[in-house]
Design a protein around this ligand. Structure first.
Ligand code: NAD
Ligand code: UDX
Length: 469
């Protein structure tokens, strides 16, 4: 089975980069990415590649090479579905905000709409690939919808979860640790799996393309994210212990990470993990476990989220307590708003929650982030509904220049680990801020001794207050 035309529904952080790399590596396959969001598609088609809707290092170059050759962005969803033999569903699956499972379960309405649209439009057999992250056994629901269209078209479902991380999406796609493809255990199922294996095998060694049954594939994605987030919460829990005992969390991370059974990655203490995936996917896992009556399993994984919320709260509380128990009317400068460096994505960013807590204390916040727009920052705050949009705009300002952002600040807080923050002229910043000059490093990226030598009261996650005196 040789695939010639692919359609991808959803031109977001996953659909866009994933299909761009697929197109780059398979010039003989036409790939059309469709989305109902017209502005997003227009941005993907923008002649100026600096206006792509997503910032990812290396993405511009990939899009430049493939776009118009065999990669197309369109709002004509039905046409692209009709023409494709293989359809990836890469729509959003956020946490439900209403009804049963509110605040826990994944909202599958966009998935179901996509499946119904495929069912309606298809006049030839199709392979439908789940690219979105989904609860285990969703393929069953998709198959039920597709198999009841009554127009005699045959559908095969594959699960092909995406493991890319934002900020390194292009590199992750070009050199993935593995590609996971789940399919039906039957002759047709195997043929379908192989059709997708062939597409990835144009650049990924076959040994790294893992094939499983559908349910293992769907569940593995949730479990991978749960394990990764659990490591961050584990080291963040230890960061608090370090602060009261005189240990240094980066030394502890290094010491335990050198054990090859533990490994060095994902042990960086922080102000808390963010991003669109970790929290949503763990909540979903917890919900699934509870729905099967596995309460101990659910409680175990829920603790990862509880710890993360605690980490964000205590960062904000520490700022208030160090600033003599009041931040009312004080200017606090945030360096960074994105949930991690090298991305303009802010979904679930710790910065949003730290800002909200400090605004409740009547702080006046100034934000500088190299890639996040003013509009996005206000949208993030307004979404919380804690105070009116006018109040948010009165209390929080966005400044496009970092030195200007820091002027006359009572404290500077680092929320994202952007490389440029390390390179700043901190002596210069010291002269422009209010004394005593506080820096709260939520990412532990600066050299503490250097900062103290300049004169800052430097406070970093996971570093002992005993050493700070
Ligand atoms: P996103 O919100 O950036 O993009 C989803 C897009 O789908 C949106 O542009 C939306 O307009 C579009 N869409 C929704 N319904 C549609 C429909 N019926 N027809 C056409 N377009 C439709 O989301 P994302 O970050 O790309 O995530 C997509 C999925 O991938 C989620 O399930 C997520 O959990 C998973 N995932 C995300 C990441 C990540 O790093 N962001 C990594 C791995 C997996
Ligand atoms: C994650 C998974 O890594 C990826 O495989 C999956 O496909 C999507 O979800 P992403 O959310 O883009 O990717 O970024 P990731 O690098 O995992 O970081 C998530 C959050 O954890 C960020 O806020 C990051 O700052 C934080 N983090 C990560 C830490 O605080 N410490 C670490 O050691 C690692």
């Amino acid at each position: 089975m040789k695939i010639k035309n692919i359609c991808c529904i959803g031109a977001g952080y996953v659909g866009g980069p994933t299909m761009a790399v697929l197109a780059l590596k398979n010039p003989d396959i036409n790939i059309t990415i469709v989305d109902i969001n017209e502005a997003r598609i227009a941005a993907w088609n923008d002649n100026d590649l600096n206006n792509l809707p997503i910032y990812e290092p290396g993405l511009k170059e990939v899009v430049q090479e493939a776009r118009g050759r065999n990669l197309f962005f369109s709002t004509e969803v039905e046409k692209a579905i009709d023409e494709a033999e293989m359809i990836f569903i890469s729509v959003n699956t956020p946490t439900k905000t209403y009804g049963k499972g509110k605040g826990m379960a994944a909202d599958l309405k966009y998935i179901e709409l996509s499946a119904r649209q495929i069912a309606k439009v298809a006049t030839t057999d199709k392979i439908v690939v789940e690219k979105s992250t989904l609860p285990v056994r969703t393929a069953q629901a998709i198959k039920n919808i597709l198999d009841h269209t009554g127009n005699g078209v045959k559908f095969q479902i594959l699960s092909n979860p995406e493991f890319l991380a934002e900020g390194t999406a292009v590199q992750d796609l070009l050199n993935p640790d593995r590609v996971l493809i789940g399919g039906e255990n039957s002759k047709e199922g195997n043929e379908t799996i192989n059709a997708l294996v062939d597409i990835y095998a144009t650049w990924i060694p076959k040994e790294q393309i893992l094939t499983t049954n559908l349910w293992s594939s769907e569940l593995s994605k949730l479990v991978a994210n749960a394990f990764l987030a659990q490591r961050v919460s584990s080291i963040n829990a230890i960061s608090e212990l370090c602060e009261v005992t005189g240990a240094d969390v980066s030394e502890v991370s290094k010491a335990i990470g050198m054990d090859s059974r533990i490994g060095p990655k994902f042990l960086k203490a922080s102000v808390g993990f963010g991003g669109s995936c970790f929290q949503k996917d763990i909540l979903n896992l917890v919900y699934i476990a509870k729905s099967y009556g596995l309460n101990e399993v659910a409680d175990y994984w829920e603790q990862v989220i509880i710890m993360n919320d605690h980490q964000k709260n205590r960062f904000a509380e520490n700022i208030v307590s160090k600033l003599y128990n009041t931040v009312s009317g004080k200017k606090i400068t945030f360096l960074g708003w994105a949930f991690k460096k090298d991305t303009n994505d802010t979904r679930e960013s710790a910065a949003i929650y730290v800002a909200d807590a400090l605004l409740n204390e009547e702080a006046e916040i100034t934000v500088y982030d190299p890639k996040v727009s003013e509009e996005r920052i206000y949208e993030d705050l307004d979404y919380l509904n804690t105070r009116s949009p006018e109040e948010n705009r009165r209390l929080l300002k966005v400044v496009m220049e970092p030195y200007h952002a820091c002027e006359k600040a009572h404290a500077v807080a680092i929320l994202t680990e952007w490389d440029e923050f390390v390179e700043y002229d901190w002596e210069n910043i010291y002269t422009s801020v209010i004394k005593p000059a506080f820096v709260f490093d939520g990412r532990r990226i600066l050299d503490g001794q250097f900062m103290k030598d300049i004169g800052f009261q430097y406070d970093a996650i996971g570093v002992s207050i005993l050493n700070n005196i």
